[in-house]
Write a protein that binds this ligand. Structure first.
Ligand code: ADE
Length: 277
């Protein structure tokens, strides 16, 4: 996969060169390029922002540097020359080719989920436009929509100082799903959100530690009982911490034992789906 990020703080993204994603880049599984928005300015002060039309607090990111930066990204990702993007001649991609995805992190976007991470991991390229201040002039997104599949995405219902931290989270969540990035692909199967439930608790040696014991079932060697216990823990945890994940969930895979636990947790099955009892 090829990923391009545009930011006024390219150094913010440096940690993406570490650990598993760093290795993925060394191994050629992922190409990550970070572009400095200020390189696409032409004035002495390398200005990227200006006051908002209509008044109000803060500054808004100017459209011109963004168009040049995103034109460069589009050229790198699709081979369309940036000059033709600049004068609008490039138009829609030829032959019904899919538009490259451009993610614009914003607290006003659709909330990022594991399902979205899986969807994005199927794309050949991803571009990210990190806004700062009060955001990017809206016309940049309108214009970019002629060339990209533009998706405003939020990390959650809180406000960050800019898109960089959100991009780090999204690139890590997507990057680890690329084939070969996580050494043991089985670890991607049994983790929180992979099946709509939170992950079960995990333990390692010693079996007894400061008066706290590892649950006996995990020492039993009985794989059937262990799997049953883990699923029950997932249901209990999800009901306690994120009950909204259970409401409306597909319950067709749950047998008698799980349904009894769910009843105890205040959920029942109706038409194959879970609902609050
Ligand atoms: N930029 C500022 N806040 C954000 C958030 N919650 N998600 C994504 N990008 C942001």
């Amino acid at each position: 996969m090829r990923i391009d990020v545009v930011s006024i703080f390219p150094d913010y993204l440096a940690p993406l060169r570490l650990s598993l994603l760093g290795r993925a880049q060394e191994d050629g599984l992922l190409t990550l390029t970070v572009h400095d928005l200020r390189e696409f300015t032409s004035d002495r002060h390398r200005t990227v922002d200006d006051t908002p039309y209509g008044g109000g607090a803060g500054m808004v990111m100017k459209p011109e540097p963004w168009a040049l930066a995103l034109g460069r990204v589009l050229a790198a990702q699709t081979g369309v020359s940036d000059a033709s993007v600049d004068d609008g001649a490039a138009g829609a991609p030829a032959g019904g080719a899919r538009r490259p995805v451009l993610i614009v992190p914003s607290p006003a976007g659709q909330v990022f989920t594991q399902a979205m991470a899986h969807e994005l991991a199927e794309e050949p390229t991803l571009a990210f436009a990190c806004g700062r201040y009060e955001g990017i002039d809206e016309r940049v997104l309108d214009w970019a929509g002629e060339h990209f599949d533009v998706r405003p995405v939020s990390l959650g219902d809180y406000v960050l100082n800019g898109g960089e931290v959100a991009v780090m989270a999204m690139v890590e969540a997507v990057g680890r799903l690329l084939p070969g990035v996580v050494g043991n692909p089985h670890s991607l199967v049994e983790e929180s959100h992979s099946d709509g439930l939170l992950e079960y608790p995990v333990y390692t040696k010693p079996a007894s530690w400061r008066g706290h014991e590892v649950p006996e079932v995990l020492l039993s060697g009985n794989h059937g009982r262990i799997a049953q216990w883990r699923l029950e823990q997932q249901l209990r945890r999800t009901a306690a911490r994120r009950p909204e994940l259970l409401e409306g969930a597909d319950a067709s895979a749950y047998g008698k034992a799980e349904r009894a636990v769910l009843r105890e947790l205040g959920f029942e099955v109706a038409d194959g789906r879970l609902r609050r009892a």
